[in-house]
Design a protein around this ligand. Structure first.
Ligand code: NDP
Ligand code: FE
Length: 475
């Protein structure tokens, strides 16, 4: 805690708590849940309500008073009231709230519901108070059920830094991470945040859908349409299993590679900039933020690939083909020779696939908050980066083994187009090559130094010996 002193009327037994007293206006769902959490964290809680006599639903240990009385007990007041009802704050008179820190926790039902943000509106209503926008991204349910993890961020903004710091301290003592978004002008953006549905999932889902559609039509063209046009054969039944079992692994592998591509790009960007203190471009930041979601979708698709592969022996089409082949051998009275190369090829292909999938599952499990919170960051990095790249390598190798000698066989390229699985190898190979470059000792040393805070000499300085002031890449 920093040097913040909430007023603490020690005469009341309920107030003898070490963290001071916090006032909450409004005894609704949010006010009550927040009050409970604050009490559990060791704060004294005083509610300001229109009906101070009605305290039946309030958490044990909290006090309830009129707004005026409650306001006198604390310097900080959470306004847990809907914006439409803010007028009472103005009516209650400026003096009651003069010098107070008012925390606006409100949300709207839709974007641009009002011309100005709720927090700015509150600030205009009560100009003598310092308004801080915070806590609107945390739901009453999460507060009450304790369903908050350390990654839960409270976005905070406000014009008075001391007031903001008080709110930051409260958020931290509730086990939340506070993220300062700047002045009160950022309130509109913070208020829009909860209106977004699954914001971090949007890009990965759009990508998965787009890729799935593209790859589906690609393999449909090369398998079903090609067979119909060139051979006059109807193999459209293959759409259900064979095609699905091509599309899912292809999209899965591309998406797994896309999880690791931004990390490699960031490494090269840091090398180029010669510092880690320059912000990444927005698109790269956004891409890095949704890596977990990309990975989880990739894992779901890989699981589908596993299931589809397991049912292959039961398929009518496969059983029919095997029976025909066996019958033909019986009729001709000859046994096909055992091909050891084929045995090696298929066994390695399956084995590498299984190992890759096993690691894939491990990556998925460790990305869950309940698991990642129990391991330290070095363990997390080891699993997500080292094992992650190993997973990518194994899955790529699995695909190469699947292709085997077909890469060089012209008949594999129908209509001069490569088969779908070859397409899926492009991004993983790029990522693996970039990663390989990054882990070569000299490059790795430079990146590590930069990540430890080392900066290249500013451009144009004499020390780097470059007369044009061009940046030099020091490896
Ligand atoms: N519920 C949630 O999960 C979340 C809610 N929020 C925000 O918190 C605020 C409160 O939400 P919530 O608790 O769900 O809403 P509720 O409707 O449950 O509670 C609102 C409270 O405001 C008070 N109130 C109502 N009308 C007036 C009025 N005319 N004058 C003064 N006070 C009034 C009442 O308290 P009393 O009777 O004691 O005066 C009432 O209990 C909202 O701005 C909401 O956007 C933010 C994040 C999550
Ligand atoms: Fe496979």
């Amino acid at each position: 805690m920093t040097n913040i002193s909430f007023s603490m009327p020690m005469s009341e037994p309920g107030f003898q708590r070490k963290l001071g007293t916090v006032c909450i206006f409004g005894t609704g769902d949010f006010g009550r849940s927040l009050g409970l959490r604050l009490l559990q964290a060791g704060y004294g809680v005083v509610f300001g309500s229109r009906n101070p006599k009605n305290s039946s639903l309030l958490p044990k240990g909290a006090q309830v008073m009129s707004h005026e009385e409650a306001a006198q007990t604390s310097r900080i007041i959470f306004v847990a009231v809907h914006r439409e009802n803010y007028d009472f704050l103005q009516q209650a008179g400026g003096e009651m709230l003069a010098g107070k820190v008012l925390v606006d926790v409100s949300n709207n039902l839709r974007r641009n519901q009002y011309p100005e943000s709720n927090a700015e509106h509150l600030s205009k209503l009560v100009p003598a108070a310092s308004v801080v926008k915070a806590f609107n991204t945390v739901s009453a349910w999460a507060l009450q059920s304790g369903g908050l993890d350390a990654n839960r961020q409270v976005l905070i903004c406000g014009d008075n830094s001391e007031a903001k710091q008080m709110v930051v301290d409260i958020a931290r003592s509730l086990g939340l991470t506070a993220l300062d978004k700047g002045s009160l002008r950022a309130a509109g953006e913070i208020e829009d945040y909860p209106l977004q549905l699954f914001p971090l999932w949007r890009l990965p889902i759009a990508l998965a859908t787009g890729l799935t559609a593209f790859i589906f039509f690609y393999v449909l063209t090369l398998d079903v349409i090609y067979a119909a046009v060139i051979d006059g054969e109807d193999i459209s039944f293959r759409i259900m299993v064979s095609l699905a079992n091509k599309v899912f692994p292809i999209v899965s592998l591309i998406m797994l590679a896309l999880c690791y591509l931004p990390g490699a790009m960031a490494g090269f960007l840091q090398l180029y900039n010669g510092t880690k203190y320059r912000r990444f471009p927005d698109w790269l930041d956004r891409w890095m933020l949704c890596r977990k979601q990309l990975g989880l979708i990739a894992l779901a698709l890989a699981s589908l690939h596993v299931l589809y592969t397991l049912i292959i022996p039961f398929r009518y089409y496969v059983r029919y083909r095997v029976n025909i082949w066996t019958a033909a051998q019986i009729k001709q009275n000859k046994t096909g020779t055992f091909d050891t190369t084929m045995a090696w090829r298929t066994d390695s292909y399956y084995s590498v696939g299984i190992l890759g999938f096993g690691l894939y599952v491990l990556l998925g499990i460790t990305s869950l908050p309940s698991v990642s919170n129990t391991i330290n960051w070095r363990e997390f990095r080891f699993i997500q980066s080292k094992l992650g790249h190993l997973t990518l390598f194994l899955c790529t190798l699995h695909t190469f083994l699947y292709g085997w000698d077909k890469f060089l066989r012209p008949s594999a390229y129908k209509w001069y187009l490569p088969p779908g699985y070859m397409l899926s190898l492009v991004v993983p190979c790029v990522v693996l090559v970039l990663k390989f470059v990054l882990i070569t000792p000299c490059v790795d040393r430079a990146v590590t130094r930069i990540r430890q805070g080392w900066e290249r000499k500013p451009a144009g300085s004499l020390a780097n010996g470059d007369p044009k002031g061009r940046r030099l890449l020091v490896l």
